[in-house]
Design a protein around this ligand. Sequence first.
Ligand code: IMP
Ligand code: MG
Length: 178
Amino acid sequence: MQTIQLHDKQFVPYIDAAAIEERIKLLAQQIDADYKQERPLFIGILNGSFLFAADLFRHLTIEAEISFIKLASYKGTSSTGNVITAIGLEEDLSNRHVVIIEDIIDTGKTLHSFMHELNNRAPKSIKIASFLTKPSALQFPITADYVGFEIPNKFVVGYGLDYDGLGRNIPSLYQLSE
Ligand code: IMP
Ligand code: MG
């Protein structure tokens, strides 16, 4: 098995590029069927989702728009903890059907916090498409509507996901070696 090294850690092959592509085609068909006349606005969350967003969007055949944002975390009051705010979200979301595109839902903290900001902009609907979810790591009430793969609570890299900046350009998914 061809392990790879990123910084100080070894990773082993986990999900190959062909399986990823097949899965994403199916997700796109599902979204096509769900949003036929709706012209949804997809919002990709940078950096991790850029490959998933590109491939998912490429396979859609419905009328759709896409935009990208970054989420920045800053320290709120002691009662609010860290607040997550969107950078680059210029679209008017009122009366829009929004589909968030995320790379992975781990604890769910990032998206859970962002949902408040999103709800304030009064979209018609919000759904979440996440390439990966780690159900056993989830700590916040957040559910993805479209999931590429449910994976165990182990660190993964590739297909947009990084370990300390590296690994995003690997076309398949690798898992941290035991
Ligand atoms: P959450 O707020 O705990 O759900 O974390 C989500 C973010 O953590 C993702 O958008 C990723 O940037 C990062 N993350 C969580 N798990 C992994 C992983 O296994 N590999 C790479 N990044 C991860
Ligand atoms: Mg990351």
